[in-house]
Design a protein around this ligand. Structure first.
Ligand code: Q46
Ligand code: ZN
Ligand code: ZN
Length: 307
């Protein structure tokens, strides 16, 4: 006998481990949406009239984040950053376009190669590819939101991402990274650092995959060719094994961290921020790391002309 949904007669679509129950497709979608809405309320992520920019990569997490924010009634626009990493980036952009059509949210696209002359991976530098990729993505995402007056930016980080990030940084005693991680990063530096929110903070990767499937959201599965070894995946694997044995391990670990986060504050080495001489955005030296890395002499203006 196939298992039945806890709330109706339909066959089970998924077996949840924590809380333990079988749900049909419809009741799973309802459960997932309610969970995300509650997370957003608990951490006071967005006010109803705030405009939010979602960074859609073409992958599942950001697509689900954008889809659900729209479904919950928020004013959503999306930004896709094409990193210029060959076929991988072209595919990602195609998925992002399809996802935003389905979601019914406007999509903006920034192409790193056209904007800065080189794609990620094509710059001659000693800096690791992922390090300057990360700084480039963070800068563009934040500056785009700031230039266009968004109140917040949302990313697709899920519970597994957060738990493995914390786990990894504890195992390596990178305590300075543990002082500021969380579901919401408030705006700062006179609004030039736009508020960051993570609506999927309390749902697992497995739930995100199931929700994408149940909602007909297609996404890129291929991994970036520069994806660093598998350490994050190894931490995720260990946490998944623990979760199997002790359901609730991940959520309890992350919630416990949020309660104890203040213990790491003494480790925070926050450099005094000042305005970058080139672009005016926050910098720890005279010029911000983005303008310095890309050798900019003029700021980039991301303002979109509205019809
Ligand atoms: S940082 Fe590195 Fe990612 Fe950039 S170069 Fe690819 S793997 S995309 S999350
Ligand atoms: Zn049901
Ligand atoms: Zn700058």
């Amino acid at each position: 006998m196939p298992a039945k949904c806890k709330f109706c007669d339909r066959p089970a679509f998924i077996k949840l481990h924590y809380p333990r129950m079988y749900l049909c497709e419809e009741h799973f979608k309802e459960y997932f949406e309610r969970k995300v809405r509650r997370t957003m309320e608990r951490y006071k992520m967005l006010k109803p009239d705030e405009r939010v920019l979602v960074a859609v990569s073409g992958g599942k997490d950001s697509a689900v984040a954008a889809y659900i924010l729209k479904k919950l009634g928020y004013k959503v626009e999306c930004l896709h950053i094409n990193l210029g990493i060959g076929d991988y980036s072209e595919k990602g952009e195609r998925y992002a376009r399809r996802q935003c059509e389905k979601i019914g949210a406007p999509l903006h696209v920034v192409r790193v190669k056209e904007l800065l002359g080189h794609g990620i991976g094509e710059v001659k530098t000693r800096r690791p590819t992922c390090s300057y990729c990360g700084l480039t993505k963070r800068y563009i995402f934040n500056k785009f939101a700031y230039d266009n007056g968004f109140d917040a930016v949302a990313t697709g980080h899920n519970l597994d991402d957060e738990a493995s990030f914390i786990f990894n940084n504890i195992m390596n005693w990178n305590t300075q990274y543990l002082a500021k991680q969380g579901p919401v990063t408030p705006a700062g530096f006179n609004g030039k650092l736009v508020k960051k929110v993570k609506p999927l903070y309390e749902v697992t990767e497995r739930e995100v995959v199931a929700y994408a499937l149940a909602s007909g959201i297609e996404y890129e599965i291929e991994e970036c060719p520069y994806a660093r070894g598998a350490t994050t995946l190894e931490w995720k694997e260990i946490l998944n094994q623990m979760e199997e044995k002790r359901p609730g391990t991940k959520i309890n670990f992350v919630k416990g961290y949020l309660r104890k986060r203040h213990l790491f504050e003494a480790e925070l080495k926050e450099a005094e921020l000042r305005e970058c001489k080139v672009c005016g955005m926050p910098a720890s030296g005279e010029v911000c790391s983005f303008c310095r890395f890309w050798g900019l002499k003029e700021p980039i203006d991301f303002r979109v002309k509205r019809q």
